[in-house]
Ligand binder design. Structure first.
Ligand SMILES: O=C1C[C@@](O)(C(=O)O)C[C@@H](O)[C@@H]1O
Length: 143
């Protein structure tokens, strides 16, 4: 059966492309999502994507992923990375492997960005490689 992947993006990532371009670049979320679908399709897999500015909506999407038989999640949790025990609990509850992606190098920024509630239960973390980070994470998920 074809592998099922889910790409999730958290708060403010809908503004990629115009949001603080010196930090996040000019690639839009639509560019990233379209490239992700093409990458998965070319590999014979299926990829759905979802972005929300709401913690609960992301948690509901993660719960639904278990029912849908999603094999792997790639997530950029945005600011929820540094605040959300609930998002971590959602991943722990569904036990779907995931990679955490950040466009910017969070370790080279403010100290509050240097702690992630998710990294400790992620399969891996990619940060600072710009939009390419999503491609590398999906490549890993497809293996
Ligand atoms: O919203 C974001 C984006 C981010 O996850 C990134 O992709 O670099 C880094 C976070 O600290 C920030 O809150």
């Amino acid at each position: 059966m074809a592998k099922k992947l889910l790409l999730l993006n958290g708060p403010n990532l809908n503004l990629l492309g115009t949001r603080e371009p010196a930090v996040y670049g000019t690639t839009t979320l639509a560019d990233i999502e379209n490239a992700a679908v093409a990458q998965a399709t070319n590999a014979g897999a299926a990829l759905e994507h979802f972005q929300s500015n709401h913690e609960g909506a992301l948690i509901d999407r993660i719960h639904a992923a278990r029912t849908e038989g999603v094999d792997f999640i790639v997530i950029n949790p945005g600011g929820l990375t540094h605040t959300s025990v609930a998002l971590r609990d959602a991943f722990a509850s569904v036990a779907i492997p995931f990679v955490e992606v950040h466009v910017s190098n969070v370790h080279a920024r403010e100290s509050f960005r240097q702690h992630s509630y998710l990294s400790g239960i992620a399969r891996g973390v990619i940060c600072g490689l710009g939009p390419d980070g999503y491609r590398f994470a999906i490549d890993f998920a497809l293996k």
